[in-house]
Write a protein that binds this ligand. Structure first.
Ligand SMILES: NC(=O)c1ccc[n+]([C@@H]2O[C@H](COP(=O)([O-])OP(=O)(O)OC[C@H]3O[C@@H](n4cnc5c(N)ncnc54)[C@H](OP(=O)(O)O)[C@@H]3O)[C@@H](O)[C@H]2O)c1
Length: 372
């Protein structure tokens, strides 16, 4: 039996992980964390008899179920992972906050299942080196990266010519500039295909999500920027494609349901049987994505070329600007303008350490907040 620590259990991915592990005797959920949602944390703790829980924000732990051992404060994730002695750490936390737990899990040689993309975008250089050093693996849950990971089984990465990241295009793909100017957070959070947390829904609407995914793919699969391409595919049935040097292309398909990549990450290299709607063939539309048309993707590709801590700056600026948009302090169009501004004004550090990344993140968030 594998013991799982699930960080960010109260979010959209966290709740779907709970559905996947429910009634699977191979797994024992030994630890869960929430940031602010104590009611949901308590419900999960009771439903799954979880022995160790943590609250990662400064909110009071007084209301947490007495049956569980509770951790909080700066080292919440270290204490949670240590006490629960988890074999697998699954990080479904939102944002840069996933980086420290990811780093700590790899340091301990744990198997890391990563839904959080901001950690690998900001700290891919140190996380991938650490995973190699410790002889452990980072298994992606993000659907595009799970697709690539599945396509690469039995293959050698040296034989990849290109990967094609599919993009549903978000809700505003065909909007004019004037229409884009009036978008509200409520509209941006309604994704046409996926039901996700607020931040990633806004990222999908600006297409920054695709930019972040390109950086994520670079680190997870050792791809050069010119090996990463994008294709618009609104129905989100094909989750990405890998083109090999001999001209063969492999793709992974399924209905858009995050429980599928979650299940694969947990069962890998095996597969678990699951009840899913039978796949029905339908017209699949693909449209070329012109990178130049999407400033968010352009910025992400520039950052990838630049290296150093530039991706950390991009991610931090985006996190702060998206939060400001959700709080109705800036417009939708201002999000990417602010990311661009931060990249022009904050210096990137070569070969950043974990401490450098934390400093860069804080400096960038402060910079964006000073502009709002
Ligand atoms: N949702 C998807 O379909 C999807 C697909 C691919 C990748 N992802 C990635 O998965 C991650 C989670 O996405 P989501 O949609 O599940 O987000 P979400 O619904 O907003 O949930 C975020 C989770 O993280 C916790 N959290 C928020 N801020 C935190 C912080 N500073 N420190 C520690 N924990 C914090 C939240 O706790 P509280 O609820 O208690 O506040 C919640 O448990 C993101 O990196 C996203 O890009 C998501």
């Amino acid at each position: 039996m594998m013991k799982i620590a699930l960080l960010g259990a109260t979010g959209s991915i966290g709740k779907q992980v709970l559905e996947v592990v429910h009634n699977r005797p191979q797994f024992k959920l030994v630890a869960i964390s929430a940031h602010t949602n104590i009611d949901e944390l308590n419900r999960q703790q009771k439903a799954y008899s979880v022995p160790y829980v943590a609250i990662s924000s400064g909110v009071s732990r007084n209301g947490i179920n007495k049956e569980a051992t509770v951790f909080s404060g700066e080292n919440w994730y270290k204490e949670l992972i240590d006490a629960s002695d988890a074999d697998i750490v699954l990080i479904a936390v939102m944002g840069f906050a996933g980086l420290l737990p990811a780093y700590y899990s790899l340091q301990l040689g744990k198997k890391l299942l990563l839904a959080n993309k901001e950690a690998i975008v900001s700290g891919g250089s140190i996380l991938t080196v650490l995973a190699k050093e410790k002889g452990t693996q980072i298994i992606p849950i993000d659907s595009e990266h799970s697709a690539i990971f599945q396509c690469l089984q039995g293959e050698e990465t040296k034989n990849i010519r290109k990967v094609h990241l599919t993009a549903s295009g978000g809700p505003f793909l065909n909007f004019s500039e004037a229409e884009l100017a009036t978008i509200t957070p409520e509209q941006a959070i309604q994704h046409p295909v996926w039901k996700m947390g607020a931040k990633i829904s806004v990222d999908s609407a600006t297409l920054m999500n695709k930019g972040l995914e390109a950086i994520e793919a670079h680190w997870l699969f050792g791809l050069k920027p010119e090996q990463i391409d994008f294709v618009i595919h609104p129905s989100a049935l094909v989750h990405s494609l890998v083109e090999f040097v001999d001209g063969s292309i492999k793709a992974q398909l399924s209905y858009p349901d995050m429980r599928i990549p979650i299940r694969y990450a947990l069962s890998y290299p095996d597969r678990f049987e699951a009840e899913v709607e039978p796949f029905k063939w339908q017209n699949m539309v693909f449209k070329e994505l012109n990178k130049e048309q999407f400033p968010s993707i352009n910025l992400a590709m520039q950052v990838l070329e630049q290296g150093g801590s530039a991706a950390c700056i991009l991610n931090a600026a985006n996190e702060a600007a998206v939060q400001a948009f959700i709080n109705k302090k800036i417009t939708f169009a201002a999000i990417i303008e602010m990311v661009n501004d931060a990249l022009n004004n904050i210096s990137s550090i070569n070969n950043p350490s974990l401490d450098d990344l934390i400093l860069t993140y804080t400096e960038t968030v402060n910079y964006i907040n000073s502009k709002i």
